[in-house]
Write a protein that binds this ligand. Structure first.
Ligand code: NAP
Length: 244
């Protein structure tokens, strides 16, 4: 049976670890990226050298037509997408009062509309086969408020709404929709905050460390697998106890 997994934003960080984990679980994987072609292609070469099927595809998830083109290309090359991980995301720190239209719209376009675009592109096949799984990547900041991260928090809370509503709508079609809410994870996104903030986040995390991308990839691989066949509409936090 030919089928494949699409991980958006898989050139770096959590998406990269997720693509590796899914390849190890036997999924042919598409590594989507926005700009870092070098990183995406090096991941694909590494996966292929280990005997896994993989391809890279550039597409801005906020661009509905580009996402549709990507899903068509993946289906033709590796098999129809039966697992979608909506991981691509951007963040921004700043006062709400200073946020202009451009930034507000871009954060929502990538983090929320990007997931919508990808789900709508993969759904026709999933609906016709009555099988498939979608995993959305939210954040602890979608579960509780994030000062100076209002747009990001809104987009990540909306991803939880998307997960729960879609899970109900798609359950009769045998399609599962779940969500992972990572805590503070050691990636470029958190490194960009600087050493002082990073240390503060470690301090605030009961397990006393930042998470690794693999900590999140393991949860995603579980939710993608048949071991989670009866799990849908859930938000699984992997945050070292940040929100208890
Ligand atoms: P990251 O290290 O900044 O990597 C972001 C990835 O998304 C890159 O592969 C990037 O591609 C891709 N990307 C960005 N905009 C895109 C777009 N418009 N279209 C397609 N791809 C795009 O981020 P991360 O920390 O791994 O975060 C991954 C996800 O986890 C995000 O949704 C984030 O909000 C969420 N999250 C992260 C943390 C954390 O602490 N790190 C915590 C909670 C939730 P290029 O390499 O080509 O730029």
């Amino acid at each position: 049976m030919k089928r494949s997994a699409l991980v958006t934003g898989a050139s770096r960080g959590i998406g990269r670890a997720c693509a590796i984990a899914l390849a190890r679980e036997g999924w042919p994987v598409c590594v989507n990226y926005l700009e870092r072609r070098d990183a995406a292609e090096s991941l694909v070469s590494s996966l292929r050298s280990q005997g896994f099927a993989a391809m890279a595809f550039q597409a801005d998830v906020a661009d509905r037509k580009a996402v549709a083109r990507m899903v068509r290309a993946v289906s033709e090359t590796m098999g129809p997408v039966e697992l979608l991980v909506n991981n691509a995301g951007i963040s921004h720190q700043g006062l709400f009062q200073d946020m202009d239209d451009e930034l507000w719209n871009r954060i929502l376009a990538v983090n929320l509309t990007g997931a919508r675009n990808a789900v709508q592109a993969v759904l026709p096949h999933m609906l016709s086969e009555k099988r498939g799984a979608v995993i959305n990547v939210s954040s602890i900041w979608g579960l509780r408020g994030g000062s100076c991260e209002v747009a990001y928090s809104c987009s990540k809370a909306a991803v939880i709404g998307l997960t729960r509503s879609l899970a109900l709508e798609l359950a009769p079609s045998g399609i599962r929709v779940n969500c992972v809410a990572p805590g503070c994870i050691e990636t470029d996104m958190v490194r960009a905050l600087g050493e002082e903030t990073r240390a503060m986040l470690v301090e605030e995390t009961p397990l006393g460390r930042l998470g690794t991308p693999e900590d999140i990839a393991n949860v995603i691989a579980f939710l993608a697998s048949d071991r989670a066949a009866f799990v849908t509409g859930q938000v699984v936090s992997a945050d070292g106890g940040f929100i208890v």
